[in-house]
Design a protein around this ligand. Sequence first.
Ligand code: G6P
Length: 367
Amino acid sequence: GMAEKSGFDHFMLKEIHEQPEALRRSIAGRLNEDTIHFNEVSLTAKELESYNKIYIVACGTAYYSGIVGKYAIENLARIPVEVDVASEFRYRDPLIDENTLVIVVSQSGETADTLAALREAQDKGARVIAICNTVGSTIPREADDVIYLHAGPEIAVASTKAYITMLMAFYMLAIYLSQVKGILNLSRSQELISELKRLPEKVEQIIDNSVDAIKELAKDYVDQNDAFFIGRSIDYAVSLEGALKLKEISYIHAEAYPAGELKHGPLALIVDGVPVVAVATQQSVIDKTLSNVKEVKARGGVVTGIVFEGEEVIEDLDYKIEIPKTDELLTAIPSVVPLQLLSYYVAIERGSDVDQPRNLAKSVTVE
Ligand code: G6P
């Protein structure tokens, strides 16, 4: 009823608005000035040295959080990371042994394929860290170490606050691994940690400032059959989640593509009026991303850019949604928020059942 939704029309909208608070809870007690501290995970430098590979295994939105996790861990801890969906990983006799660290990610802690992947990994001798929201659920009970998200109960089928806290967990874990390995210099860790602390407020600002513009933008999507999301690096990882959100609740066919890969296929589908969301926060590749935007524009695509405040190279955008500047590695947290809001308001415009999309379930306990 209305009471549990605290005045919001849907659980999804309520949960989007709860994200700043969820992020605050997920970092509470874990961030010192220049170090990360997890009560539930403790790796020694010697143990970490024995792991030559990390696998991140999950399903759905949790899997997409893992792709951001790969960027963060490889960047900071310099350990190779593979990300796989649980239903693939478990059936292909994965190359894991006691020198592999496996990270499973699950909001519910009960997803059958993720649980089976965890058991498979442990059978082969790997150590398994679970990143999970539901305290006491099966996956964290069976894992060797647990990082709880503390996002609070998530009711809407389309995950929002669990996803954003998964990103936070990966950022903290990447800093932690780098610190244990002894390769993170003091000023960089201070910089990252102080920026992590600012993110809840930045997410709040995006929600406060961009809702009106996104509601307007949503009207342009209501009659569309297809939408594309492009980006490079972490922007691509976020695009995957943006496309998933849109298809889950608005039933518009949405595809995410690495911006540089567009010309190897999907560009053939860009005709007059096709909507494209370009996530363009990564400064190191922004010129490349914007040249892909030009390719889309030249074929009549209508481009919405998700860019940092004050970004100047944006003449080619039809719409622009600004997000507060943050560290280039940490952009996934702010940049996903406008994508969540876009999918929510498009679904509203199309009259779909936002909290209970057809054919989908919150927790999938069948294989
Ligand atoms: C279902 C839900 C998704 C979720 C996925 C994985 O498909 O609809 O929102 O991302 O399961 O769930 P988990 O609880 O393991 O994160």
